[in-house]
Ligand binder design. Structure first.
Ligand code: SF4
Length: 305
């Protein structure tokens, strides 16, 4: 019979590449328990209801991506409004009136933003998946927009949240740095500039990386990946996880599914990180520490009303 230790890599043996996204690494960094709920427990523990601010964000992102796919002559503010309206995601709002009000605001956001763009200036990529690998990780992610400016590529990330952004947000973003490295590798073109486009204020926050700062982000990603990979292996060895995805109840309703039991020493690898973020965590219903850390929020509380 195999033991937990028997299933771990032998010392000195190369570990399998850890496949991940920047989002997975950031989840590991933010809260290991949430990481376990999101990426390891299967069936996945049931999430709370959809958030209205996420509906706004996804609707805006989809409309902006669709706008660039339109023929050049249709790339107008009106088209952006129509795309936004047709693809409006209605989940998480208090009522129809609130959803309608935010639809109006989001229409203004996208039409105002595209009015600042040159419709002839086709991006290199829109919602473009990029990937790169090192000896430790195979990392991939999707870039909102990849521009070419002169001889260089520029990573553009749209933001719709209420919090104003700072240059530190662009500088310290692991995701943006990884996207720059991956885009540059795939397209054999330099990419050092990363930008956050904050639609509610129209502000563009930019940061120009050096080769050294990009390398630092990549090493950090590798360090996080090594920690997470080791915890993943310990978890998988301890839990006989059934293959498959989230169970679904009849009529497509999601069942309430809790996390599986794991030995205490494995649970300890995925300790909670209670804090203000817990009020917004999709899995707080399964997390007593997170519930104690902050109040419950209504699905529409993230809107800047
Ligand atoms: S509620 Fe907080 S501590 Fe619990 S899993 Fe979510 S983020 Fe982590």
């Amino acid at each position: 019979m195999s033991s937990v230790a028997g299933q771990l890599p032998l010392e000195g043996m190369p570990r399998r590449l850890y496949s991940c996204t920047p989002s997975r690494l950031n989840t590991w960094l933010d809260c290991r328990r949430r990481y376990r709920f999101t990426y390891l427990d299967r069936p996945q523990p049931s999430k709370g209801p959809a958030w209205a601010h996420n509906s706004v964000g996804a609707s805006v992102h989809n409309a902006l991506a669709g706008w660039w796919r339109e023929p050049y002559e249709r790339r107008t503010p009106l088209t952006a409004s129509i795309l936004l309206t047709n693809g409006w995601i209605n989940e998480g709002f208090k009522d129809v009136e609130q959803s309608g009000r935010w639809l109006g605001r989001a229409r203004d956001l996208v039409s105002g933003y595209v009015a600042t763009l040159d419709p002839t200036d086709d991006p290199v990529g829109v919602e473009r998946t990029v990937a790169t690998r090192t000896k430790v990780i195979a990392v991939s992610g999707r870039i909102d927009r990849l521009d070419r400016r002169g001889d260089e590529l520029v990573v553009v990330d749209y933001k719709t949240g209420r919090r104003p952004l700072t240059q530190d947000d662009a500088r310290s973003s692991l995701a943006l740095a990884i996207y720059a490295i991956a885009a540059s590798t795939m397209m054999r073109t330099p990419c050092h500039q990363v930008e956050l486009h904050h639609l509610p204020t129209g502000e563009i926050v930019e940061w120009r990386h050096t080769d050294e700062s990009l390398a630092r982000h990549l090493h950090r990603a590798e360090d996080l990946a090594s920690e997470a990979a080791e915890a993943d292996e310990r978890y998988r060895a301890a839990v006989q996880a059934p293959p498959g995805t989230t169970r679904r109840a009849p009529q497509g309703r999601r069942e309430t599914v809790g996390p599986p039991e794991v030995p205490a020493e494995v649970d300890a690898l995925f300790a909670p990180s209670p804090g203000p973020i817990c009020s917004w965590c999709d899995f707080r219903r399964h997390c007593p520490e997170g519930q104690a850390a902050g109040p419950d929020r209504q699905p529409w509380d993230g809107l800047a009303e």
